[in-house]
Structures are given as structure tokens and as C-alpha cells.
Design a protein around this ligand. Structure first.
Ligand SMILES: *Cc1c(COP(=O)(O)O)cnc(C)c1O
Length: 388
């Protein structure tokens, strides 16, 4: 059997060991220490943000954003159905109700359907968007930049401004993706809405084992999120707390990994871009299969590569057959996530005109994309695909 080619794995050949050793030598391994501040500063600098707050996971970052935005049990939050479930779960942590929306051809939130939902299914009362069906206020919107692509933020921000929605960008998959044209030229995914969240889970473009980072448009709000993430201490000596906080701070060990990983982010993106182009070229002559493009006018981070499989009667290939064939050849691939509005805990919530997400759900297979993937391995994946 040929060597296993995983879908997406960490690449730790830079200063990781050096910085982690420094953290251990300094004996700062917990939620204090210089690496945490350094990682926050490096991230803020990279993103062109004023500041950033490190936390335990992307999920924690999303939870902190919703708490800071003041989303509570009375409220509803608009979310995409095509996403990893961690973009939606924090909505229920704060007791709010999700409303599920569709994606467009970028796999990200469809701005047309977002607008149609707000216009037709809701009404504005004293600047607050009220859902006509449930009579609850819709406070916020979670936008996911799926697979390293960029959602149509120009359109989405306009709709959000019109209807007074707080925009939380789930940029957990899109660290490094930025606009190269238009109104937001130069702006990174995560720095356009009110809050932006990144993840350093093991399969993300850079990893700290587990971890996350939060940025916010408003400095006071970002400070408040940090306060909540460190047990809401109002007096560090007397242990006085005026609010209920969380143990969400990143550790110095994680941050040491993060500092080293961030140094290599642009190199990782360059490799991923190269491999993407090789795949695209090689796949261009395969009938019924193509590589999904990224939105134009952006520099994507090329995190995931999505094979689009036309499920027509003429094509011999189905997504499931392909997955099995790759698996037999020791190549790991994955379909898109089960749609969230169809999952057991979320079936009872409102959904609006979901069509495209179901269409793409049937037709996409993600193929190996690690930043340490060799050209020979790309060729092996392609050969396996072509061997129909
Ligand atoms: C990875 C991911 C998250 C969660 O990040 P964690 O750091 O694993 O908690 C949230 N949303 C999306 C879309 C993700 O892909």
C-alpha cells in the first residue's frame, strides 16, 4: 500500500520547537507569559487590526463575540446552514435562536437571500429587525468564509447596515484571505464586520494544537471580550467579579506555537496556491469534475480544495464512489459537512429557502491540501481521480 495522504495536517518545521522550549525554560506555560502578548501583537500587525485577543479555540472566540455583542435569550441570529457546526453552536450557548440561510456559488452566505429574508420576512421597528414569524428581534449575523474563500462582504455589510445587524465574521478557515479590489481592498477576512474570529485547530492553515483569536472593530468591546475570557476579574488581588466570566484564555505554550506558525503563514499560502494550480491544470480535462474557484477580487489563503462533481447521468462518477476509490488508495478526502439545519439539535429552527447548500452538499469532495503536500502527492491524487 502506498503512503497515506491525509486531507489536512499540521506543518511544524519552523521555530515551533525553539519558541515552545523558550516558554518551557521560562516556566510560563499557563495563561500568562510573553508569548501570548507577542502572538496577539503579531496577529494584529499581520491583519492590520488595532489589537487582537487570544483564546482557547475559535468556538470560544465566537462565544465571546456573541456575549460581547449582547446577544441573549430573547434574540435570534442569522447563520448559514453550510458550515462547520461550531459557527452555530455558540448561538445556543447564549440562549439565542438561529435562523438558517442559504449559500451562493462561493459556498458562503448568499447576500440576495439574506436581503430578501430581511425585507420580506422581517420588519424594522425602532431600528430593530423583528422576525414576523416569531416576533423576536434579530440581533446579529454570523458570516462564515468557507474553505478560505471570502463571503461577499460588500453586499452583506450593506444589508447589515440597512437592518441594524451586528456582523460576526467566522474567519476560522480564512486567515490570510483578503480583498485585492473594491470597497474593502486590502482588508482581511475577519476585519470587516464588528467581530472577527480565527481558529488554530489542528487542521487549520496555522495551528497551535487548539486555539483562537478575536478581533473587533470597537476597542472597548475587544477589551470586554478579554475580560470575559479571563474569569471577569474586577480586582485581581481581592478576587472581585461583577460578571460571570469564562476560562477561555490561550496558554503561553499554545501561543509559542502560534508565533512560530504565523511566521510561516505566507509561505504556507504560497505552497497551497501552487498545489491548487497544479490540481486545477491536471483536473481541467477530467469529464464532469472541476476544482471550485475562489471569488475574484480577493487573495484567498487556499485552505481547502473542493472538487466539484457533476452528478449528471452522463458522468460515471458519484461523490461517494470517488471517496471510496480515494480511500482504497490511501488518500483521505471528505465531503462537505452535514448541513446544520438538518442536524438533530437544529431541525426545529427556522430556515429560509435553502437550495444551493443542498445542491453543493451532494457534489463536493475536499481533497488533500496540507501545506507540506508534495507535487508527487498531488500527482498521485490526480492519477487516482483519472483512473476511472
Ligand atoms: C474550525 C472551525 C470553527 C471552530 O474552531 P475551533 O478552534 O475548532 O473551535 C468554527 N467555525 C468554522 C467554520 C470552522 O471551520
Amino acid at each position: 500500500m502506498e503512503k497515506f495522504i491525509p486531507l489536512s495536517v499540521p506543518n511544524l518545521k519552523g521555530n515551533e520547537l525553539k519558541y515552545v522550549t523558550e516558554a518551557i525554560t521560562s516556566e510560563w506555560v499557563s495563561t500568562g507569559g510573553s508569548m501570548i502578548n507577542r502572538f496577539e501583537e503579531d496577529m494584529a500587525t499581520y491583519l492590520g487590526a488595532d489589537a487582537a485577543v487570544a483564546c482557547q479555540s475559535g468556538t470560544a472566540g465566537l462565544h465571546l463575540s456573541l456575549l460581547t455583542a449582547g446577544v441573549g435569550p430573547e434574540d435570534e441570529v442569522l447563520v448559514p446552514t453550510l458550515t462547520f457546526i461550531a459557527a452555530v453552536n455558540p448561538v445556543t450557548y447564549v440562549g439565542a435562536k438561529p435562523v438558517f440561510l442559504d449559500c451562493d456559488d462561493s459556498l458562503c452566505l448568499d447576500p440576495d437571500k439574506l436581503e430578501a429574508f430581511c425585507r420580506n420576512e422581517c420588519m424594522l421597528e425602532h431600528g430593530v429587525l423583528i422576525n414576523k414569524q416569531t416576533h423576536r428581534p434579530i440581533k446579529a449575523l454570523v458570516v462564515v468564509h468557507v474553505f478560505g474563500n471570502m463571503a461577499d462582504m460588500e453586499r452583506i455589510m450593506l444589508v447589515a447596515e440597512t437592518y441594524g445587524l451586528i456582523v460576526i465574521e467566522d474567519a476560522t478557515e480564512a486567515l490570510g484571505t483578503y480583498y485585492t479590489a473594491g470597497k474593502y481592498n486590502g482588508k482581511f477576512a475577519g476585519t470587516i464586520g464588528h467581530f472577527g474570529v480565527y481558529s488554530f485547530n489542528g487542521n487549520k492553515i496555522i495551528t497551535t494544537g487548539g486555539g483562537g483569536m478575536l478581533v473587533a472593530r470597537n476597542k472597548q468591546q475587544l477589551q470586554y471580550a478579554k475580560y470575559l475570557s479571563t474569569q471577569a476579574k474586577d480586582d485581581e488581588i481581592q478576587f472581585i467579579h461583577h460578571e460571570i466570566g469564562y476560562n477561555y484564555r490561550m496558554t503561553n505554550l499554545q501561543a509559542a506555537l502560534g508565533v512560530a506558525q504565523l511566521e510561516q503563514l505566507e509561505d504556507f499560502i504560497a505552497v497551497k496556491h501552487e498545489n491548487y494550480e497544479v490540481y486545477k491544470q491536471e483536473i481541467s480535462d477530467v469529464n464532469g469534475v472541476s476544482l471550485l474557484p475562489f471569488r475574484s477580487g480577493i487573495r484567498p489563503n487556499y485552505w481547502f480544495y473542493s472538487l466539484f462533481i457533476e452528478n449528471t447521468q452522463h458522468s460515471k462518477l458519484t461523490r461517494t464512489e470517488l471517496l471510496e476509490r480515494f480511500s482504497k488508495n490511501n488518500i483521505q478526502t471528505r465531503p462537505i459537512w452535514g448541513l446544520i439545519h438538518q442536524q438533530q439539535p437544529y431541525k426545529c429552527f427556522q430556515q429560509y429557502n435553502i437550495e444551493e447548500a443542498e445542491y453543493y452538499y451532494e457534489r463536493i469532495l475536499n481533497i488533500p491540501c496540507s501545506s507540506n503536500l508534495k507535487t508527487e502527492e498531488v500527482q498521485r491524487v490526480v492519477a487516482c481521480l483519472k483512473n476511472a
